[in-house]
Design a protein around this ligand. Sequence first.
Ligand code: ACO
Ligand code: LMR
Length: 260
Amino acid sequence: GDVQVVPLIKTTISDDRGDEPCYDGYPASELINKGYDIPHVIGLLWDKRLISKQEAEIIKRIMMLSADHGPCVSGALTTIIAACAGIGMSQAVAAGLIMIGPRFGGAVTDAGRYFKYAVENKMSVDEFLAYMKKNVGPVPGIGHRVKSLRNPDKRVKELVGYVKSLGIKTPHLDFALEVEKVTAAKKDNLILNVDGTMAAVLVDIGFPVDSLNGFFILSRTIGLIGHWTDQRRQESRLIRLFDYLVNYAAPKRREVPPLK
Ligand code: ACO
Ligand code: LMR
């Protein structure tokens, strides 16, 4: 008789059993030939949604603006150190990706989550900041190590300017900008950062909170691969931190007492 097998996994996004992959049902070649782009594939695979041209343009810009931020940031530096230690691309890039977290690049999801919470609950900025201080800690999406009111982040200005020029409703971005007004007045590096800006915009165009860190991870992977290939091209040597960059605060060398 028939044997019934319980499926091991269930997928709802893609199927490759035909002659090409289908993303949420749409054949990849048909998407290409009808003029769709990478952001549309992201929309299909991350949110099962064929996004509009305007939404795709926003995502393309987010990706272009966050693809890299030089060699000094946590992710790139880690990939560079790994590349110089002779580590292969996938592991070195993975090492850089592991740095993406609550302080660096990985605040997008939480920024989206809390801006959304504030907008849904019609919180004032003061109520929001009091809530965050009591329940969460540093506001995800706010603050930067080097960017500030005096040294603005052009990426943020560019994205905000573009999205505002479209004339669409942006309640989360508007709220995030109001938060920035208050936090940056307290301390001038507490600006709305790249994570917070992309989070607010992506929630405004309907992306689910859980997908949001993916936008930084995906975009920054472009830069991390660039840093790895750059070091390989240069045949860079092993990196060892110089002693003068370390504050040796351990006890001075001393005699080991007899074992008791
Ligand atoms: N909300 C509230 N207060 C903050 C925030 C914040 N987001 N960030 C910093 N502060 C306060 C700190 O509490 C601290 O206050 P204190 O001096 O009274 O103790 C002061 O500002 C300095 O804080 P540091 O953590 O030392 O500042 P630093 O410049 O190292 O922080 C960082 C930069 C890590 C980005 C921080 O602002 C932060 O944690 N932000 C939230 C996470 C985030 O959005 N990260 C993404 C950054 S953008 C990117 O990586 C692409
Ligand atoms: C980045 O895009 O990597 C950052 O904004 C973090 C930084 O410190 O520049």
